[in-house]
Design a protein around this ligand. Structure first.
Ligand SMILES: [Zn+2]
Length: 104
């Protein structure tokens, strides 16, 4: 089984097959469902160990006109961006210029 890749520290978004999926619901058995917000067709289920336990069956596909497919480098940028955003909201001593120097 594959491990899911989170885009943000708060775990509201994952990237699957280079598409961004949004958290839909967490069941009582700790299974979380993630769905493409743009086509609402593609979804995956992830267990509490971050393993993907259900994938799209292959017959369902994203809408090429609606859904955004990321390049691998965009994924890296989004992860860094979401981390900075999280730090800015949670760290009282957050300094954008300092973090900018550290990252670049
Ligand atoms: Zn989609």
């Amino acid at each position: 089984m594959d491990t899911v890749e989170y885009l943000d520290p708060e775990k509201n978004f994952v990237v699957y097959d280079n598409y961004k999926l949004h958290r839909k619901a967490t069941n009582s058995n700790k299974m979380t469902r993630w769905r493409c917000q743009q086509c609402k067709s593609i979804s995956i289920t992830v267990n509490s160990d971050d393993l993907i336990v259900r994938k799209p069956n292959g017959e369902t596909i994203h809408n090429p006109k609606k859904c955004t497919k990321y390049f691998p480098v965009q994924k890296v940028c989004i992860i860094e961006y979401e981390r900075l955003k999280y730090e800015a909201q949670t760290d009282h001593n957050f300094s954008f210029s300092k973090r900018y120097r550290e990252i670049l």
